[in-house]
Design a protein around this ligand. Sequence first.
Ligand code: AHR
Length: 501
Amino acid sequence: DKLGVEINVEPKRVSGKRDKKIYGHFIEHFHRQIYNGIYDPESPLSDEDGFRTDIIEAVKKIDIPILRWPGGCFVSSYHWKDAVGKERKPLFDKAWRVEDPNTFGTDEYIKMCEKIGCEPYICTNAGTGTAEEMSDWVEYCNLENEGQYAKWRIENGNPEPFKVKYWSIGNENYGHWEIGAKSADEWGKLVREAAKMIKHVDPETELSAAALSDLEWNVNLLKNCGEFLDWISIHEYWDMVPEENDLATYEQCMAFTKDVGHAVDEVRGLLKAMKLDKKIKIAFDEWNLRSWHHPNVHTIEQGVDKKDYLDPRDKNDDNSQYTMADAVFTACFLNAMNRNCDIVGMANFAPVLNTRGCIYSYDQGIVLRTTYHVFDLYVNYLGDTIIDLWTDQLPQMTINDKQGNEVEVESLDLLATKWSDKEGIAIAAVNKAPQEGQLLDLSIAADYKEAKLFYISGENKDSYNDVDKNEVKIIEEDLGEFAGNLKLELKPHSVNIIQLK
Ligand code: AHR
């Protein structure tokens, strides 16, 4: 049962260079992402600053370029001033309805970014917060020594400014679930004032604010604030039911890949129509295949307290849920962001750790979930420049989507790249088919000394990693010399990088 396709690549025809920030991540004060996650001063695995060294090492390996913090919904009732300096005031987190000790604040976050070697990206409180509180935060982080906030940072042991370039005004403030949600009109006005004040404090900052696929909201935002914004932020979680490892669930996930870039297309169209597409880029600053369970906390949605309906088991910690379906979906999403690199300058996998993250931590160590290896492949094995790849026809598969409707989906997702700083090309080839291999017949008018394949597939589509179970990992295969043509077979449900050097 093998599908087959002939593909051609022309390395001289370049369609764009991706911004590395599309491989960014997100971390929120939620579940075990910060406390009892990456920040765990009590753990014997932590360093002198309280950071788990095994997690930091894993994150460094996927070279994450940027890490969004502190929320998410969490930020909409967060007051940063309570979480710096010696006096930390505990906070009742109104989004997730738990106490936060506030022992992890701005200084700890910056230290964490330094250890990881990534850019910070701070999301401000536009729920219960004010434009002034946001710009005070920028003063604290970015001014040399002028004013009480910069002086406060120095007093707190940080004489040098943190130089935080990327700031997001608010989170999903359009949503009824968000504390301090806003109307389209209120949003336009608040973002305008906040943006103005932040840019007055530090003109070097790059600002983003929340959009969604609602025309009125977006038009209002762009009309009021287009001149101040550098980014427009969008989020999407592709929710699946039921959460079982069976063919139906795998097919649901693959059906989501059919139009994975629809939100980008919609926002791109609007930016173009408003003549802002050369000024404003898209930050897809929360995305993941599945939305999150709300563990150990309960939520109130549309007036209904969901505490009674919570599964006592924390399903986020059930590693068997993060299978090759997640990996294949993740690769398709990253391919789409690479293809849209003219307008998408940042994307943040949500979250990096625990909950639905690509890393799972427990007291004695970590598990690298399937999605972690996709980031490893894309960051460390793929090129940064997108080149032309064409084929007569991509193989299709007929599957059932979430609603149980039959849909036709391409079973192969291909992206060709080269490097701007070294010779060679690298092709990402994602085989979405649950059972069938794919025969690739690749032609390029060039010779290369060596061809190599790096891939993940696991034993079957439901393969996952867990404590003491390392079923999914990157496998390397030598394919010999490349003289214009190469035939190879991709495994079912696999993410592959073919390198020619
Ligand atoms: O469930 C986590 C939440 O998902 C994030 O806080 C929010 O931004 C998104 O709706």
